[in-house]
Design a protein around this ligand. Structure first.
Ligand code: C5P
Length: 223
């Protein structure tokens, strides 16, 4: 019997990372944050002075960069590049924008496919991203498409940054979210869209507990 996959896709800031982790914990499944892979390629490119339009060099990075995923003291996910903890460095606005530029390359996406599928291990996987249900795990047992209005997502990001002691303007965050959405939705390879068999959950007016409950309800129905 195949190892079950729960695919959670959606735009940046929809809460799929937080929800994905909670679902993985609840089911004791593995967790893949596929966005972190695109962010790692972007950060590695930045470190090596490689431009986001140098597809050939980016593809080599995607296939060969030395990365690792682990957990911190409180069980929070940590991400390593060449042995260094870069969990915060991959979340900056600059790297977010670079990641969505890097992600428009078909050959970069191809190079990351095997790395993503490696996460599918017993007893199961929760995978979050843009194309988990459409391209990477099209046969996933459960597919969720998590959305929220751009305004809500900017507001959440604002609070998150505040919590980390960083300042930002909601207007700038909204502009940044919209430009990333547009790039992710309109690219020719693996554009952000719900799989035909995905169940959509709009989290705009829900709190985390309510989103988790709706997602777990779908999981219980399907698994
Ligand atoms: O999910 P996250 O915001 O961390 O993703 C960063 C960027 O990586 C996205 O804007 C998107 O362009 C890209 N991405 C992707 N496919 C995925 C996950 C992320 O293209 N499965």
């Amino acid at each position: 019997k195949a190892v079950p996959v729960i695919a959670i896709d959606g735009p940046g800031g929809s809460g799929k990372g937080t929800i994905g982790l909670m679902v993985a914990k609840a089911l004791k499944f593995h967790f893949l944050d596929s966005g972190a892979l695109y962010r790692l390629v972007a950060l590695a490119a930045k470190h090596h002075g490689i431009s986001t339009d140098n597809e050939e060099a980016l593809t080599v990075l995607a296939g060969h960069m030395d990365i690792a995923f682990g957990a911190g003291k409180h069980g929070e996910p940590r991400v390593y590049l060449e042995g260094e903890d870069v969990s915060n460095d991959i979340r900056t606005d600059e790297v977010s924008q670079m990641a969505s530029q890097v992600a428009a390359s078909g050959s970069v996406r191809e190079a990351l496919l095997a790395r993503q599928r490696d996460f599918r291990r017993e007893p199961g996987l929760v995978a979050d991203g843009r194309d988990m249900g459409t391209i990477v795990f099209p046969e996933a047992e459960v597919k969720i498409f998590l959305t929220a209005s751009a305004e809500k997502r900017a507001e959440r990001r604002f609070k998150q940054l505040q919590g980390m002691g960083e300042s930002a303007s909601i207007g700038d965050l909204l502009t940044s979210i919209r430009s990333r959405d547009e790039r992710d939705r309109n690219r020719s390879v693996a554009p952000l869209r719900p799989a035909d068999d995905a169940i959509e959950v709009d989290s705009s007016e829900l709190n985390i507990e309510q989103v988790l409950e709706s997602v777990l309800q779908v999981v219980r129905d399907k698994l």
